[in-house]
Design a protein around this ligand. Structure first.
Ligand code: ADP
Ligand code: MG
Length: 355
């Protein structure tokens, strides 16, 4: 078991920079999630840690040992990919044992480790099957089993659940969390899915265009996003952003006053999450809106509303029993403690501002 420390990691593909001065430490035994939109460099970063991708600048160390120039097989890491590429002609047992066989692990030891992994992953009844006789979830469990039998210091997962259907994804998510608790191993998990990041991570690393945008515990990032990018990325539906006008020393959205702007960093945009907006009769809230669209999901409903004077859309999350209909006018309550403030450079202004 080991920590993973990166300092000043750059990666260039020709002139294109895929990683930009990435420095971070994943602690021993931690479950870290790298999250960000497609193309932000998540896979490149994971592959760099695995040694599959040489880096242009910086250092990578695992368990206190500099592995920057070390071959993947010598790094003591195991990687699980989105496409799990099992050998179709081999049984589950043979698939899991194969890597060890290549590495010269004795047959008894191989068998023991396969049985251990199969027990952890509940694959025992399936050991003699071929991949073609398994469901997608079972195949992905075999791929994880191949990683477990290596007894690596660090597990690296690159979107391992993306090929599974929604229900199975949730189930595997829970299984992976249990696996982490059971093994106590250092795990780095890459995903573009903010729900996976929020639910699985001890700490989330948000990446944007190859650089770290913010690192923190899930609720820390949810509550105190450092930028509009993080604010909009975590949470579903995403945070609402309101372009306020500064008039007479006040922040205004149409005729609605939201307080005084910051002095040092003038606030240009406010953020409020759909789940932090309340619904009241018209005239009784902070502002009145019209409902354009209503999505009912059963347990909850989303109202896509519009503040007409400023032509601003506000998504409101409410419960599944919500009685309102499209074209209804409603009042919205937004309390100041739920507001996020952003400056022109899209960075959050942390200061509390009097309304
Ligand atoms: P993610 O996993 O976050 O979707 P990647 O790490 O795969 O993103 O890619 C990051 C950036 O690096 C992208 O702009 C991608 O086009 C580029 N890239 C990735 N691999 C290569 C490669 N082998 N050659 C050139 N560019 C690459
Ligand atoms: Mg990727």
């Amino acid at each position: 078991m080991a920590d993973v420390a990166l300092t000043g990691v750059d990666k260039f593909y020709g002139v294109e920079q895929a990683l930009d001065d990435v420095s971070l430490t994943v602690e021993d035994g931690e479950f870290a999630v790298f999250v960000g939109p497609s193309g932000c460099g998540k896979s490149t970063l994971l592959r760099a840690i695995a040694g599959l991708e040489p880096i242009s600048n910086g250092t990578i160390s695992i368990g206190g040992i500099d592995v920057t120039g070390v071959a993947p097989s010598e790094r003591d890491v195991a990687m699980v990919f989105q496409t799990y590429a099992l050998y179709p002609h081999m049984t589950v047992h043979e698939n899991m044992a194969f890597g060890m066989k290549v590495n010269g692990v004795a047959a008894d030891e191989r068998h023991e480790r396969v049985l251990d992994a199969a027990r952890i992953l509940q694959l025992e009844p399936l050991l003699q099957r071929k991949p073609g006789q398994l469901s997608g979830g079972q195949r992905q469990r075999v791929a994880i089993g191949r990683a477990i039998v290596k007894k690596p210091k660090v597990f690296l997962f690159d979107e391992p659940l993306s090929n599974l259907d929604a229900k199975l994804r949730v189930q595997m998510r829970v299984e992976l969390e249990a696996l982490h608790r059971q093994l106590g191993a250092t795990m780095i998990y890459v995903t573009h899915d903010q729900v996976e990041a929020m639910t699985m991570a001890d700490r989330i690393v948000v990446l944007r265009a190859g650089a770290i945008e913010q690192i923190g515990q899930p609720l820390e990032l949810y509550r105190s996003p450092r930028s509009e990018f993080v604010a909009g990325f975590l949470g579903s539906p995403g945070m609402n952003f309101l372009d306020v006008q500064i008039e007479g020393g006040l922040m205004k959205l149409g005729d609605v006053v939201f307080g005084t702007p910051g002095v040092d960093e003038p606030i240009v945009r406010l953020g409020v999450r759909p789940e932090h907006i309340g619904i009241v009769p018209p005239g009784q809230g902070r502002l009145d809106v019209v409902i354009d669209v209503k999505e009912t999901l059963g347990g909850e409903a989303y109202l896509y509303t519009r503040h007409e004077p400023s032509d601003t859309q506000l998504v409101v999350k409410t419960d599944g029993e919500d009685p309102h209909a499209v074209e209804d006018r409603v009042g919205l309550t937004i309390t100041d403690d739920r507001l996020h403030y952003f400056a022109a450079d899209e960075q959050a202004v942390a200061r509390v501002i009097d309304a």
